[in-house]
Design a protein around this ligand. Sequence first.
Ligand code: 0SG
Length: 209
Amino acid sequence: MSLLLDNQFKPLPLDKSVDTRSFLEAVSYLPSFFDCLGSRVFGVIKSDISGNITKIKAEYVKDPERYVTLQDIVEAEREAHSGQWPKVGATLALMWLKRGLRFIQILLQSLADGERDENNPNHIRVNVIKAYEEALKNYHGWLVQKIFNAALYAAPYRSNFLMALSKGEEVKEEDCLANVRQFLVNYTATVDAIYEMYTNLNAELDYTV
Ligand code: 0SG
């Protein structure tokens, strides 16, 4: 079975609101995926993403009936912390988490679209660099960009990466990519909806770390 299809994101309703409980359930499977990527450099990324998820969940469990959608949490924090918002609590955690989710989206889409380095067809560096430049690079200063370069050299081979997505089973590349495409439908809609919400609420920040 496919790791991605086992943990699909839910379709969005017409108003494109993101249900907090379903979202937290879907993203909770992401951190463990980093364990099968091999290198210790992925530990840094895993703990960053896990920290974001923990912060959002901590806010949600305070009042699940009030925080039905992610927007409910962000708006409640805007009211409660008007001086610091949006650089606060779950709003900040979701701002960063959505960038990591966008990175994953662009990486998977690029693989599904068959983009590759013809001289190194079993490498995924071109796909990773594309995802990094579009989703994260603008928010990283030189030190974090150096961490990215280290992570890039630890990137798994395409065949191993696709096998990890298939939970270690030998699956035909075309079948695995078909699963990736199916996973991306709801996943992309969810990530787009979160970005749109940050734009509409004027909650996006562009500082670098
Ligand atoms: C398959 C090959 C993959 C290669 C992967 C390369 C990926 C890029 C690697 C970049 C390395 C990133 C290391 C971490 C960087 C972090 O500093 C930044 C900023 O982190 C935020 O800083 C925190 O996330 C915030 O936490 S919070 O929950 O408490 O709110 C907060 O601390 C904030 C600073 O706050 S402030 O001082 O402003 O108040 N994190 C990122 O850039 C996100 C990195 C996500 C990478 C996703 C990669 C996915 C790879 C998937 C592979 C399938």
